[in-house]
Design a protein around this ligand. Structure first.
Ligand SMILES: C[S@@+](CC[C@H](N)C(=O)[O-])C[C@H]1O[C@@H](n2cnc3c(N)ncnc32)[C@H](O)[C@@H]1O
Length: 449
């Protein structure tokens, strides 16, 4: 062996230690389910839902880190990378099942449909229908019994859940745009943005331009945004970690508010709030519906890079709007809102409900958790040339736009978007005591500059 060979690194991970940890975590998971009256899940369509408490989420994330490493060691890089390398075929199969409506066409009974029966209903050939069903069934999306395919927990979830809107956008637009990432970087190795990203390369327009031109896809995107709250606690974080109940007769401007489902949720919980939902897209605004709170809500078409027209609001809210933008665009958004915060005596608040990505998995943050933030970061990159931001990215952004912009409170969420409460420093001395907050789902960092 050559003397220049690097020393062998000893790893603390082995199949034995990981298996041991996996068993311990499994024991904790089973006792948590039992102690809290949850039935154990199974693969049939009748399976119970899993708990979504912070305790269960912590166990689930630790388990994922351990069991995925175990899976990697047992399979080895060759097998893992083979499966990963061909996973686009799995994505294509789900995309077809969604667009040909397999999930709705297969009845929810114990028999299901043969491939021939489904093919007829879906309007395509039996051979390909059968192959698509079979590759899905290997992943427990549908189950093949006596040459028929019936629902499983996963296929039934895709049949019934709002989550389907998210999957639809993922497999339809995002999947196609993702295949352009590399070509886009070849064409533009040093910069990216809304009009300079993989999506733009693929479709010749921005994501928003595409939605305007394709109202039926805009409706699916609107559904996807509502479905997002099933996998991301950002709505809960927003509702429970800000002192909404201490505000009286306060105007809240929901900037880039889309279909306004956020203000519906907040308006239902806090009757003293008045809302204006602003969005550049009339399609998004016009898909907003809720007679219940209609008297407290107005809508306004507005471009958030232009000066904010409403100067008397108490809260200016951006929910998952910044991550769709690169730093230059994000700075324009901030510059547009600063004048509305200026020279006021009532402590207006800029509230940003958006990703706060951990620097890297360490301490209590698992790789499984970090991976979810990083997956979303890739989605923002390919779709918008945007990004998920770490705390230091947020601070750098505020610093560049206006040194008075101060993070008065910050709340990290392991399941997606956290919350940044921002004030102009001149007003920070009058910051009201925030609320009692925390719903147990989030970890907090209080930071005063
Ligand atoms: C990711 S969606 C978030 C929607 C909503 N805030 C929510 O939480 O569901 C981003 C929204 O920003 C809107 N948007 C994009 N560019 C905009 C602009 N320049 N001015 C105002 N809104 C814009 C889009 O139409 C879309 O509704």
């Amino acid at each position: 062996m050559s003397s220049t060979t690097s020393p062998v690194r000893q790893s603390s991970f082995s199949i034995t230690t990981l298996a041991d940890q996996t068993f311990k975590l499994l024991a904790s998971i089973i006792s948590y389910l039992n102690a809290n009256g949850h039935a154990q899940p199974h693969f049939t369509a009748a399976s119970a839902e899993l708990p979504e408490t912070s305790e269960y989420e912590a166990l689930r994330n630790q388990f994922n880190d351990t069991v995925l490493d175990l899976h990697r060691l047992v399979n080895g890089p060759k097998n893992i990378l083979r499966t990963q390398g061909y996973s686009f075929g799995d994505h294509a199969a789900i995309q077809i099942a969604l667009s040909r409506k397999y999930f709705e066409l297969v009845p929810v009974d114990v028999v299901g449909l043969t491939a021939a029966e489904l093919a007829k209903k879906a309007g395509m050939d039996e051979d390909r229908t059968s192959r698509i069903l079979k590759v899905l069934a290997t992943q427990r999306i549908f189950e093949e019994v006596h040459r028929s395919f019936r629902h499983t927990a996963a296929s039934n979830f895709l049949r019934t859940s709002l989550f389907t809107g998210m999957s639809d956008v993922s497999y339809h637009e995002l999947f196609k745009a993702a295949s352009e990432m590399n070509t886009h970087i070849d064409a533009s190795p040093y910069s990216t943005g809304l009009e300079n990203c993989a999506f733009y390369n693929k479709y010749g327009t921005t994501f928003y331009g595409y939605l305007e031109a394709n109202p039926e896809r805009a409706a699916v995107f609107s559904k996807a945004m509502s479905g997002w709250s099933l996998v991301d606690d950002s709505l809960k974080v927003l509702r429970n970690n800000f002192g909404w109940s201490s505000l009286e007769n306060t105007k809240v401007v929901d900037i880039g508010g889309g279909n306004g489902h956020i203000r519906i949720d907040l308006a239902q919980h806090y009757p003293a709030l008045q809302f204006t939902v602003q969005d550049i897209s009339n399609h998004q605004l016009s898909s907003a519906q809720s007679a219940e709170v209609q008297d407290r809500v107005t809508f306004q078409q507005y471009d958030y890079t232009m000066p904010q027209p409403i100067r008397d609001a108490g809260v200016y809210l951006f929910r998952i709007a910044f991550h769709n933008n690169n730093d230059e665009e994000a700075m324009r958004m901030l510059r547009a809102v600063v004048p509305a915060l200026e020279n006021r005596h009532d402590d207006p608040i800029l509230l940003i409900n958006d990703g706060i990505v951990p620097e890297r998995a360490e301490g209590t943050i698992t790789r499984s958790e970090e991976h979810q933030h990083r997956q979303l970061d890739m989605v923002m990159l390919l779709n918008f040339g945007g990004k998920e931001r770490m705390e230091r990215d947020w601070r750098a952004l505020f610093e560049k736009v206006d040194k008075r912009l101060e993070i008065s409170r910050m709340c990290y969420s392991p399941r997606g978007a956290g919350l940044l409460e921002i004030r102009l420093r001149q007003q920070a001395s009058r910051v009201s005591k925030s609320s009692e907050l925390d719903d147990g789902q989030t970890r907090h960092q209080e930071s005063k500059l």
